[in-house]
Design a protein. Structure first.
Length: 422
């Protein structure tokens, strides 16, 4: 029995390939069942995200045959030729597979080092495999141990504490400036991907009120509806500026949208209560001179990049600690698995021996009941039992001796406690 992790990710394949191999969540249960049958493995789970698709298997037999079956199934399921799949695919087996799965869950293999979303996606893959009936003892234990490792890494290292995106860094700065965001009013300018991420982080931190200003109202409404925000046009910014404690802007404008005069008027209405402003746009959305105002804390994308660079370095240092935790925990899991394999083997061997004993004993009792001489029956039983239990070891010893396999012969003599001196 072995553990196998197979996949493609952002490091090995462009999005044009990754999207061909991704799995539809609504069809995942059927895919898991189909994979069990086609690849002929014991247990399977599938993790499919925008950055990676990975297949986890518990299988018996020759790994080469399993690989061939799996590639053939992927070809058939996704209607994608092997020539596209094979250059991007990676394979990990046994402890390497366990290490890989744990590293993925901890964010150590992510596009953004230490990102937390992947753990939730791993938990979803676990839930789907359990529901589909494609997961049993070994994989269940592996996933449970993996979740424990991810929690330990988050608790004992700083890998997830530092902001490494401009959106996250913006909100993180705001949290340092304001004791609480619950009563804070925010004006977001723009409705692109960056502002959408900022809005998401603010919403998750229970910010008081969000207003989104955008050139196109319809574009902003789609985002605003998800977070309960108000929507205004860019022309309305001067009217609401004085109400904003935080202003974060990221548009594609070639000229500044927020000038020094506009902010000065807002500060007057606010009785010079400070405003925290972040300009994520290039070219700038907020005039550089705004930063000269006494009651304004203005950060540009360059300011945030220097913070992010330091935070990335902090995450890299934390990753070294995380790798050590993963290594230790994968060793522990493999020790458990070896014990499981040993236990299975011992149980199977005992079952086989007891079955053969019971069969011969039943025959002996029948002979005794029929009146056959007891001594003769006992001698026959002893001889047959001895021959039964000697057959497999004798065959193995003879095969090793005839084949000149000295190492194997020594190993077998040690197993069966054969000593020439006695």
């Amino acid at each position: 029995m072995s553990i196998v992790a197979v996949g493609i990710n952002h490091k090995t394949a462009p999005v044009s390939v990754r999207e061909k191999i991704s799995f539809n969540p609504d069809k995942l249960s059927a895919a898991l069942q189909e994979m069990l049958s086609a690849v002929q493995c014991r247990e399977v789970a599938i993790l499919s995200t925008c950055n990676r698709t990975e297949l986890y298997l518990i299988q018996d037999g020759d790994i080469t045959i399993t690989q061939e079956r799996l590639v053939k199934w992927l070809e058939s399921y996704h209607s994608v030729p092997a020539s596209i799949i094979l250059p991007s695919i990676y394979w990990h087996q046994d402890q390497q597979a366990v290490n890989h799965i744990m590293r993925v869950a901890c964010g150590l293999d992510s596009l953004v080092l230490g990102e937390p979303q992947i753990l939730g996606q791993m938990k979803q893959a676990y839930t789907q495999a359990k529901a589909a009936g494609s997961m049993a003892l070994v994989m269940d234990r592996l996933f449970q141990r993996t979740f424990g490792v991810a929690k330990q890494v988050r608790t004992e290292t700083d890998i997830g504490t530092s902001a490494v995106s401009v959106a996250f860094a913006s909100v993180n700065l705001a949290k340092h400036i304001f004791a609480s965001l619950k009563k804070v009013r925010v004006l977001l300018v723009g409705a692109g991907e960056t502002i959408e991420l900022v809005a998401k982080h603010l919403y998750e931190n229970n910010v008081g009120k969000i207003t989104v200003a955008n050139r196109t109202i319809a574009r902003a409404e789609g985002m605003a509806n998800k977070i309960g925000a108000d929507v205004i046009t860019l022309a309305q910014i001067p009217e609401v500026m004085s109400q904003a404690d935080i202003v974060i802007s990221s548009t594609g404008s070639t000229l500044p949208l927020i000038g020094k005069g506009m902010v000065e008027q807002a500060l007057t209405k606010r009785r010079h209560q400070p405003i925290f402003m972040v300009d994520l746009a290039v070219p700038r959305d907020i005039e550089e001179q705004v930063g000269d105002l006494e009651d304004v804390f203005l950060y540009t994308v360059d300011d945030l990049q220097s913070i992010i660079a330091q935070n990335l370095e902090n995450r890299r240092k934390a990753a070294v600690e995380a790798e050590s935790i993963v290594s230790s925990q994968s060793d522990s899991f493999m020790a458990w698995l070896r014990g499981l394999n040993t236990q299975d083997t011992v149980v199977s061997y005992r079952k086989q021996c007891l079955s053969e004993r019971d069969l011969l004993l039943e025959k002996a009792m029948t002979q005794l009941n029929s009146g056959k001489n007891a001594e003769s029956v006992i001698n026959e039983l002893a001889t047959k039992l001895t021959n039964k239990f000697m057959h497999a070891p004798t065959s193995a010893l003879q095969s090793a001796a005839q084949g000149g396999e000295l190492d194997k012969l020594i190993y077998l003599r040690d197993i069966f406690n054969i000593d020439n001196g006695k």
